[in-house]
Design a protein around this ligand. Structure first.
Ligand SMILES: [Zn+2]
Length: 366
């Protein structure tokens, strides 16, 4: 999970809504200025790695706090058509790696990557990718494919969705959160999400979530099998020539919270699980969460040591020729479900928004 433009998981809902408006207004102003063609030549870089999670038809529910993690099949189709219209090559991660390491960058490229191994990637994304003959990668977390991983952000959505009031020891203080309306639910979700993400260890997140699930009648063990492809399903999915399976650690852990030894084990085991269960190489990695709080220079070095050819973060950015020296710290561009608008796509793929975001630095691998 994660998002751009841009990650707002640390902002309160009112502030988020203001920031959404400012970002949208800024992106729209750029679009209407007609400057995107010029900007593209300046900031577009060698290519783009798109980050996606769920692809599925939209739902009408008022409370969808994880909505940034899903786009519709129609918007995926629109994005692919947009990329084709810009005459950008849609390539596999192996081909991106070849181009970057040999300096074959005369044509811009785009990679499509999907995190977590959701079944809707097979049911809703694959048919659209086939329409375009477009290769793509799905990063699989071993425990999700085994059916016993914990997708705590989904469990939290269900806890809040189920309840009118939620008690939690936030910051060590017993706190009662109102969750009686869609607005109150959004606020409660944000408060609880921030509380959980600030915890120093994944173990504490898991135990706080289990406690919430128990008290609010949510079966957290049912979520991974409900949403994620099993190893058996992945076997036939991975047989499609368009599909690359990448690693996403075993437990979908926050690597920055793990010791170096555990971080290495998480990466190496998820790599060998794919090799063993699917009989396929697993040369590419996505860091879970993937922002600077979850993947650091130490982890970029470990990923290279474990033998991954590339590894992607959720740091927003275009891929530049200079990234060839930092292949395990690649930036991505999120296809965010809150911004499913072709005009914004024009600006995002120009690289202008991420250039501003990154203070015009091309590489961010520290
Ligand atoms: Zn993930």
């Amino acid at each position: 999970m994660r998002s751009v433009p841009f990650d707002m998981s640390d902002a309160a809902p009112a502030m988020k809504s203001i920031r959404h408006s400012i970002i949208r207004a800024g992106l729209e102003a750029l679009y209407f200025s007609g400057a995107t063609r010029l900007l593209r030549s300046m900031f577009g870089g060698a290519g783009i790695i798109f980050m996606l999670h769920h692809v599925r038809p939209s739902r009408g529910d008022a409370f969808q706090p994880n909505h940034h993690l899903e786009i519709t099949p129609e918007f995926l189709r629109l994005t692919l058509a947009h990329i084709r219209e810009l005459d950008i090559d849609i390539v596999s991660l192996d081909e991106m790696h070849r181009r970057l390491t040999t300096g074959d960058l005369s044509r811009r490229f785009a990679c499509f990557t999907f995190d977590d191994g959701y079944r809707d990637n097979r049911d809703h994304a694959l048919p659209v990718m086939r329409e375009f003959g477009a290769p793509f990668a799905v990063y699989v977390a071993g425990d999700f494919a085994c059916g016993h991983g914990r997708l705590w952000w989904v469990a939290l959505e269900r806890v809040v969705g189920n309840s009118d009031v939620i008690d939690a020891p936030i910051g060590g203080i017993d706190t009662r959160l109102d969750a009686s309306t869609a607005e109150a639910k959004a606020q409660a979700f944000a408060t609880l999400h921030d509380w959980l993400r600030a915890m120093p260890s994944d173990h504490e997140v898991a135990s706080a979530m289990s406690d919430l699930c128990r008290r609010h009648q949510v079966d957290e063990t049912a979520i991974a099998p409900e949403l994620c492809m099993s190893w058996q399903e992945l076997t036939s999915f991975a047989a499609d020539p368009l599909v690359t399976i990448g690693a996403h650690t075993m437990s979908h852990c926050n690597l920055a919270h793990a010791t170096a030894g555990n971080a290495e084990r998480e990466m190496a085991m998820s790599r060998s699980a794919i090799q063993t269960k699917l009989g396929l190489p697993a040369d590419h990695l996505a860091y879970p969460y993937g922002d600077r709080l979850a993947a650091t220079a130490r982890d970029f070095a470990i990923a290279a040591k474990v033998g991954f050819k590339t590894a992607v973060t959720t740091r927003p950015g275009m891929v530049f020729a200079e990234n060839a020296a930092h292949l395990t710290a690649l930036p991505r561009l999120s296809l965010n479900g809150n911004y499913q608008d072709e005009r914004l796509l024009t600006v995002l793929t120009s690289g202008a928004a991420t250039a501003v975001w990154n203070g015009f630095r091309r590489v961010d691998a520290a």
